[in-house]
Design a binder for this molecule. Structure first.
Ligand SMILES: Cc1cc2nc3c(=O)[nH]c(=O)nc-3n(C[C@H](O)[C@H](O)[C@H](O)COP(=O)(O)OP(=O)(O)OC[C@H]3O[C@@H](n4cnc5c(N)ncnc54)[C@H](O)[C@@H]3O)c2cc1C
Length: 392
């Protein structure tokens, strides 16, 4: 890591936000030889709100980038089975090995995010933590041309950049200052409570659904198991927000008395965390001198556990567009992002409505699975030219 007074005056890309989306984009751009500055106002390795589950496209990205082994070496347990519980009926799906993915996983963000930051730094990106982007700089033509950065101690630097990339999350300052328009809005939002337990024997991911509520069991690092409950935002605000422990236990009891009993017998490791819900959106993904990636550009309800996978997928689509360096490539980035993201977005929004029957939510999950297969195919297609060159 470097200090604010050590950075250059100009970079090919300045990336604001050093987590899943920003660190991955920085790594990919640096690997392509661009000069990159990656900044985050948070501490290196700090935790953040997330239930951690990576879907196949996300694990595929980490594998293609040579990082999946490092996650495994950090003690991230492999997940070889996903079990859906619809009321009393159960559907177990084995993860098919292939394309470098032999299991799913759910790394703690204190493991995944620094691993990506380290990979970005190893590729040559310069990384600054505890430095906030405060405003965008513009050229005489109005094009974004850099940004002002500030430490907590009040030290300020102006940095010029060929492109400023907002990977700064749902409340993206880059998006706001660039004037990125919202192009699609969701209607629903899930309120979520989760915590970590020791002593739960979790064989893979478990997703539980009963009318009006859901829960999930997610094995993660350090022998811990994350258990979440989720309900419609209105119910969360009415009955759960001020009593996370009581609400979590009550919803678990509704969704699965057996799971509630297992959690009751386990040892809670950390304080419960609550998320009151946030309605999904897609924003314009680029404009003159700027682009957005990850939650900054589009946020979907977390009930389908796909935000990290979106971020890792779109990091590569954006990095390729930025390396190409044309407006047409950035327009293509937005089009491809939307083509892959919108079906997943709409299904997540529908699940977050909590007004479904068990048959309906099962059908939404089948559609989600089909959309994820298209996503994996699109990621694999990124390697087609290299494969053709190698064989031809
Ligand atoms: C309750 C909950 C559960 C979830 N569960 C899952 C799940 O199981 N699976 C999954 O795939 N996804 C899940 N998600 C979604 C996932 O957490 C996000 O999609 C993911 O974190 C997006 O990563 P990101 O890099 O785009 O943004 P973020 O993780 O939000 O990171 C943005 C970074 O930008 C920095 N930043 C912001 N403003 C500035 C500034 N002005 N200057 C400098 N730095 C700045 C912040 O400090 C932060 O580190 C969940 C989300 C929630 C809320």
């Amino acid at each position: 890591m470097i200090r604010l007074d050590e950075i250059a005056d100009r970079y090919d890309a300045l990336i604001v936000g050093a987590r899943a989306a920003g660190a991955a984009t920085a790594m990919l751009l640096a690997r392509r030889g661009l000069s990159v500055l990656l900044v985050d106002r948070g501490r290196y390795g700090a935790d953040t709100l997330s239930t951690l589950a990576l879907m196949r496209g996300g694990v595929l990205q980490l594998s293609r980038w040579g990082l999946a082994g490092r996650l495994r070496a950090a003690g991230t347990p492999p997940v070889t089975r996903t079990t859906f519980h619809y009321g009393d009926s159960t559907l177990a799906v084995a993860i098919q090995p292939g394309d470098g993915v032999d299991a799913l996983c759910a790394p703690r963000r204190t493991v995944l995010d620094p691993l990506l930051v380290d990979a970005a730094a190893a590729a040559g990106a310069q990384v600054l933590h505890e430095v906030r982007m405060t405003r965008l700089l513009r050229g005489a033509d109005g094009r974004v041309a850099g940004a002002e950065l500030e430490t907590a101690g009040g030290e300020v630097r102006r940095v010029r950049a060929g492109i400023v990339i907002g990977a700064d999350g749902v409340r993206s300052r880059v998006a706001r200052l660039a004037g990125a328009r919202v192009t699609r809005s969701g209607r629903h939002a899930s309120g979520v409570v989760y915590g970590f337990w020791e002593g739960l024997a979790a064989d893979g991911f478990h997703w539980h659904y009963v009318p009006g509520a859901s829960a999930g069991v997610i094995p993660t690092n350090g022998g811990a198991t994350l258990v979440f409950t989720a309900v419609a935002r209105a119910r969360f605000l009415d009955e759960i927000r001020w009593d996370l422990a009581g609400g979590h236990a009550r919803v678990l009891g509704e969704v699965s008395p057996a799971l509630a009993a297992a959690v009751g017998a386990g040892r809670k490791l950390e304080s419960l965390r609550g998320f009151p819900g946030e309605t999904g959106f897609l924003r314009r993904a680029w404009g003159p001198g700027w682009a957005l990636v990850g939650d900054a550009g589009h946020f979907k309800d977390p009930i389908t556990a796909h935000g990290l996978t979106d971020a890792l997928r779109d990091a590569e689509l954006l990095a390729r567009a930025v390396a190409t360096g044309t407006d047409a490539a950035l327009a293509d980035y937005e089009a491809r992002r939307d083509e892959l993201a919108v079906p997943l977005f709409e299904i997540s929004d529908a699940v977050a409505g909590y007004d479904w029957t068990l048959g309906r939510v099962q059908s939404l999950h089948r559609d989600f699975s089909a959309a994820m297969k298209r996503e994996v195919a699109a990621i694999l297609a990124l390697d087609a030219p290299a494969r053709a060159a190698a064989t031809g």
